[in-house]
Design a protein around this ligand. Structure first.
Ligand code: ADP
Ligand code: MG
Length: 671
């Protein structure tokens, strides 16, 4: 079977359907089989309305009445109706699903699956899914529910999978470490389960398979990396001491240790592959600067990549003066740089020792004379391929050493799998004299009374504030408010203050201008989206408001909060929640603790690692099944991968596996 054939190869998938599927990442026959149900409905025994109990239910009935209205306060659209089944009738409610109003034929029967709950003093069926009875084969028992993709609803996926039912038999084995046929029955049973045990068994296999791929990808990356040659950078104690003498502060012990680890790596002829982990404010940039200095002193060029132009500019301004004292030439290269040609010529000729810029720096036509070290701030994707390309660019064919910096702590389970090929240094200590950030949860109702006075006090004391909003645009369907509207509201409240807004869709030059003004203290309150999340350093900012705090992940909130408390002033972070119900555990933990490593563990336990990395910078680590907290399974997969690698023929023989792991290779290289 041609698993990598285009998805059109399947029966029932015409060019139009294929077009939609492709848009959602289902390109091949393989992708289609691996598009797993998100849940299962059991239509075998719908409950009759006369016997209904609160909780998850399936009802078979008709829609009697239906109407739509808008809730004023929340700007919510509500579709309400009555479902009856001959034994009685119940109320049904959908939020923000206006299409429901046109969906139903009053003469036809539907299965409704949802939660029957008490809301506003009355029991209702809340936002149920609905399927035409004539579309469903109830004897099938557990009915898979697929995520809808565009106009393709769950029932369409079910129809398509059913059309390809026979073809599951052709699915070949994938791994030498499991018995023959296990894979095809796992995939078949996950789409056509007869029992809950079927589903569990399938998912166990698929989780194992996924971990195997992930770990194999990481191991192969390491092998690739070890084949490359790098410039040897001898450690020079006297020079480093000169550098340290010029610093306005004493290095923390953690900074010393991390630098020492980096220096040792760079002495070797194999490229360094090191991750520098440190909580916000722990001083990663200085470790990077020392590493750059060390490399430049032995004749190498160094590139520092930042995720945004704002950050690149800031690094440039922070490091330039320090490094120029040692006759190091430093340049900034972003989209806004004028006369790029001239600058690139200077980089090419080796006249620039240290170039700081955004990612475009490396993909463009920039050529180095002797690039010895690449530093990546805040998890930018950077793979073996790119590094090989850089090695080819440099005349001696040497690959640069690589140092990646991140403020997102990596839990142990991820270190065992995804980041298995990395060396890690940790800055587990903040510089002396930092005042902790006081964090408080406030409901929106308390904004005027409690928050506004704090805001005024902050500005009167000559300090600045961030106000973080979720949305760039106003959207009538959601409860969030845009940066611009919030700015306008604050402006009306505090007409004398200088208040500006910032978001990721503004032109780079506009963003830079606003950030520049904020850095110089010319803006009192900066209303912004999370573009200020990573790395921005304005020590005079001592107050942060995070609006709709419940919409962010714990790790992200912690990162955001790290934008304040960078100077010597007492700093505050207010988490505004739009509902006045009990705050979530996430927010309570954040209020309590300022330790990023502790919070990461909490987050991992609450949400699973896929989500930490899914919603954060990574995006790509969307494991289908495997939970990275399953250490037993991780160890099993690790052992099996090691055995697999003992026989070099395996890498040739198991073609699909080798093809399948390319996407993980991108994730498992330095990010
Ligand atoms: P992060 O790890 O979040 O990137 P930075 O490198 O931006 O942190 O450092 C935060 C601030 O702390 C900067 O203003 C930096 O100059 C300062 N800093 C770094 N190291 C020390 C130190 N050892 N003692 C005092 N301040 C330090
Ligand atoms: Mg930083």
């Amino acid at each position: 079977m041609q698993l990598f054939a285009p998805v059109d190869d399947l029966r029932g998938v015409g060019s139009k359907t294929a077009e939609i599927l492709k848009k959602y990442g289902i390109r091949t026959v393989r992708d289609f089989f691996y598009n797993l149900p998100k849940d299962y409905d059991n239509y075998e025994k719908p409950v009759s309305i006369s016997k209904i109990r609160p909780g998850k239910v399936v009802i078979r009935g008709k829609i009697d009445q239906l109407s739509a209205r808008r809730a004023k306060r929340r700007n919510l659209s509500i579709v309400e109706g009555i479902i009856s089944d001959g034994t009685g009738s119940i109320k049904v409610v959908w939020f923000n699903q206006n299409y429901r109003i046109k969906q139903f034929d009053p003469d036809k029967e539907y299965y409704f699956t949802g939660s029957y709950e008490l809301k506003n003093g009355r029991y209702s069926l809340m936002s149920p899914s609905a399927a035409l009875v004539s579309d469903i084969d109830p004897s099938a028992g557990l009915n898979p529910v697929y995520v809808a993709h565009g106009s393709l609803k769950s029932t369409d996926f079910r129809r398509l999978v059913t059309k390809s039912r026979d073809r599951f038999n052709e699915i070949p084995d994938f791994l030498p470490t499991v018995p023959k046929g296990v894979r095809k029955s796992a995939l078949f049973n996950v789409h056509f389960p007869k029992s809950l045990e079927d589903i569990q068994k399938s998912r166990d296999y698929l989780a194992y398979e996924e971990l195997f791929e992930l770990i194999l990808a990481a191991k192969l990356n390491r092998r690739e990396n070890e084949k490359l040659k790098a410039m040897e950078i001898p450690f020079d104690l006297a020079k480093i001491q000169e550098f340290i003498k010029k610093l306005p502060f004493k290095l923390t012990d953690a900074q010393k240790k991390a630098s020492w680890e980096i220096f040792q790596d760079m002495e070797r002829a194999t490229p360094m592959n090191r991750l520098l982990q440190g909580d916000v404010g722990s001083g990663k940039t200085m470790v990077a600067a020392m590493s750059a200095y060390e490399a430049i002193m032995s004749g190498a060029q160094v590139a520092l990549l930042a995720p945004t132009a704002i950050l690149a500019t800031q690094h440039y301004e922070n490091l330039k003066d320090l490094l120029e004292q040692f006759k190091i030439t430093v340049a900034l290269l972003t989209g806004a740089t004028k006369d790029k040609r001239n600058l690139k010529d200077n980089i090419h000729d080796g006249k620039i020792n240290f170039v700081i810029g955004t990612h475009a720096l490396l993909t463009d036509d920039t050529e180095f004379k002797n690039l010895g070290l690449v530093i990546i701030d805040e998890q930018h994707r950077f793979g073996v391929e790119q590094r090989q390309r850089l090695a080819l660019k440099s005349p001696a064919g040497l690959a640069p050493h690589l140092l990646a910096m991140t403020a997102t702590p990596i839990p142990r389970s991820l270190q065992l799998t995804v980041f298995g090929d990395l060396s890690v240094s940790v800055l587990n200590q903040l510089p002396k004299g930092r005042r902790p950030i006081t964090t408080r949860i406030l409901s929106e109702l308390e904004m005027r009374e409690k928050l506004y006075p704090m805001l005024l006090d902050t500005v009167r004391a000559g300090q600045q504030a961030y106000w973080i909003c979720k949305a760039i645009d106003d959207d009538s369907r959601s409860e969030t408010i845009s940066v611009k509207s919030r700015r306008d509201k604050l402006k009306r409240e505090f007409p004398k203050l200088k208040i500006e807004f910032l978001h990721g869709r503004m032109k780079p030059a506009e963003k830079d201008e606003i950030m520049e003004q904020f850095s110089q203290g010319k803006i009192d309150i900066l209303v912004s989206t999370t573009v200020v999340e990573v790395g921005v350093d304005v020590p005079n900012a001592s107050l942060m408001v995070i609006e709709n705090a419940e919409l962010y992940g714990l790790a992200q909130l912690h990162q955001l909060r790290g934008r304040v408390g960078r100077g010597d002033k007492a700093s505050f972070c207010y988490l505004l929640t739009s509902n006045d119900s009990r705050p979530s555990r996430r927010l309570l933990e954040l209020e309590k603790s300022s330790d990023g490593f502790y919070l990461a563990e909490v987050d991992l336990k609450m949400r699973g690692p896929g989500e930490i990395y899914g919603s954060l910078q990574h995006g790509a680590l969307d494991l289908r099944i495997a939970t990275l907290t399953d250490t037993k399974l991780i160890y099993r997969a690790q052992n099996d991968v090691a055995k697999f690698l003992e026989n070099p023929e395996n890498l040739v023989k198991w073609k699909e596996l080798m093809q399948g792991i390319t996407k993980y290779q991108q994730i498992t290289t330095l990010n």
